[in-house]
Design a protein around this ligand. Structure first.
Ligand code: FMN
Length: 532
């Protein structure tokens, strides 16, 4: 009995000593923090509110993680809201993607697309399969691209190895193409067996000569892979026009450095443009050279800001002959994604695809080049309505980067530039990569792509056409400031000649918008080669 009492007394005594020690330590720590805070001059909040001021930083950091779970409404977050992300997660899992009760989307803001359903929707037996579309008719090896929806460029480096492997295998299952992004073509891109679009970025990673120019032998060797179907010259990217790729040193591992042909552990910064491309004539020369060396279709990717150069480009193509044309143009949106970019470029430079896609389509149409140059659209086109809008507007294909990242399990943690991505998509930390199983995620990538195409077909059938590529501008109306909608073919009528080009939205009830005719330097300063 007395033994039990002794043990109890000793335990209580030890606990009380521990308690006093803990309280004492906390008091000492608080005093030290207090002194540190009032004596520092860098942070005004901590100086004026010592110790408690530190919680501000803690709560802002935690808020970043918790907002999306507790506070943000379904249609509120940026760049993608929960409703959009959830649609992709369900499509990727192949789950039921119906919703109940009614739309949570506000359908009245200006710019909202409303599709024009037909009183006699297409019956299932009348539905048609979308045929492959030929890109590069004058090439030795043209590409008959099977899918309207494909994977946009994301470099190995920005993406982890397991992410690239999952995308490559998923693309093969879904029969779509995968663009390598500007980091070069790695064995991971090739291992799934999918069609590859090899991007040539401004640093020419993967096909780079010691002086930074294009290495013809490496280019030829890359083109020998049957899987490599096309080459995309990256002129600019929506998230950072006027700036080259940025891969922070922490993400330049040995393997990535080897794929790019650069030193390990140093920032990988591409030039802000191809030094050898100074004019629209140079664009065509460069494309002709790559096409000649590779025998495969070659196009370019750009975000549109100044547009006169596109008019000058088309005029130059028509002067040289339509064989000289790029086989495709990828129009990226000013609000596109990236692994890393400066905020002012990401936020405020480059037109949104909503504005630039009809503009580029019209420029091609006016110059008689719409069948020759395939138009690829990208920029937040991650749900069926976005893809269907792009097809109505004039795109032949749609590509997405972040849509496919969500299918890989991305939770929009916005850490792509930090090597700390919690889902393993954009980190090279093996511990975090464990969460991304390429075999499992490949199935999700494929499922997202297939379900996207299926629901675009559903939309097309509702509009009364047999398949997505039969969608036309008159199938979609755009909500205006006054709340009523106007058909897209009225906002952006197709021009027959360059004289009929109207590059500003027609505003119903207002005076006809500016009509742009020929591309004299006076009328279109932006058309002056070298100034664009
Ligand atoms: C992580 C990441 C890496 C990217 N890397 C490249 C790249 O290497 N080359 C490129 O042209 N675009 C790159 N992009 C841009 C995408 O290809 C795409 O143009 C843009 O994100 C818009 O499509 P989205 O809204 O579907 O993401 C990248 C985007 C992301 C999110």
């Amino acid at each position: 009995m007395s033994f039990l009492a002794d043990v109890t007394m000793n335990t209580l005594s030890a606990l009380s000593t521990l308690f006093v020690f803990v309280i004492g330590s906390v008091c000492v720590i608080l005093v030290v923090l207090f002194i540190l805070d009032v004596s520092q001059t860098g942070d005004a909040v901590r100086r004026n509110y010592p110790v408690v001021g530190r919680f501000r930083h803690l709560f802002s950091t935690l808020g970043e993680f918790f907002r999306q779970y507790f506070f943000a409404m379904d249609r509120e977050e940026m760049p993608f809201n929960r409703a959009e992300r959830d649609w992709i997660y369900r499509a990727a899992k192949g789950e039921d993607n119906t919703i109940a009760f009614g739309s949570t989307k506000n359908l009245t803001p200006q710019g909202t697309a409303i599709f024009v359903n037909c009183p006699f929707p297409t019956l299932e037996e009348d539905a048609a399969a979308t045929n492959p579309l030929r890109i590069g008719p004058y090439c030795k090896h043209p590409y008959d691209a099977p899918s309207v929806f494909n994977i946009s460029g994301m470099s190995f480096g920005a993406l982890s190895a397991p992410a690239v492997r999952a995308l490559s295998r998923g693309a093969k299952m879904a029969n779509c193409w995968m663009n390598t992004g500007e980091g070069g073509t790695s064995p991971y891109h090739l291992e799934g067996g999918c069609d590859i679009v090899a991007q040539i970025g401004t640093a020419k990673y993967g096909v780079r000569a010691p002086d930074g120019g294009l290495n013809e032998d490496k280019l030829k060797e890359l083109a020998t892979h049957e899987q490599v179907r096309m080459f995309e010259v990256k002129l600019s990217q929506g998230a950072k026009p006027g700036k080259g790729g940025i891969l922070p040193a922490g993400k330049v591992t040995g393997e990535i450095a080897a794929t790019r042909g650069i030193p390990e552990g140093e920032d990988s910064i591409s030039p802000n443009r191809h030094p050898e491309i100074n004019s629209v004539a140079d664009i065509l020369d460069f494309i002709a050279y790559v096409r000649e060396v590779t025998g495969k279709p070659v196009g370019f990717k750009t975000v549109v800001g100044a547009y006169g150069w596109l008019i000058a480009l088309c005029a130059e193509i028509n002067r040289r002959g339509e064989e000289s044309a790029p086989d495709f143009i990828t129009v990226d949106s000013g609000d596109g994604g990236t692994g890393a970019a400066p905020m002012p470029l990401m936020d405020n430079v480059g037109l949104l695809v909503r504005e630039s896609l009809p503009m580029v389509a019209n420029i091609l149409q006016a110059h008689g080049l719409r069948d020759r140059i395939r138009l690829i659209a990208s920029g937040k086109l991650i749900t069926p309505s976005g893809v269907a809008w792009a097809l109505c507007t004039g795109a032949d294909f749609v590509v997405s980067a972040r849509g496919f990242m969500f299918s890989l399990g991305c939770i929009q943690a916005l850490k792509c530039n930090k090597n700390t991505c919690p889902t393993g998509v954009t980190t090279h930390n093996p511990r975090l990569q464990r969460g991304l199983d390429p075999t499992d995620k490949a199935v999700k990538v494929a499922s997202y792509c297939r379900n996207m195409v299926h629901e675009v077909e559903v939309l097309a059938h509702s509009c009364g056409v047999g398949e997505p590529r039969q969608l036309r501008r008159y199938h979609v109306r755009i909500v205006q400031a006054n709340g009523s909608s106007v058909p897209l073919d009225v906002l952006h009528p197709w021009p027959d000649t360059p004289d009929e080009l109207e590059l500003v939205d027609r505003q119903p009830g207002s005076r006809q918008s500016a009509t742009l005719g020929h591309t004299s330097e006076d009328e279109h300063p932006a058309a002056v080669p070298g100034q664009v």
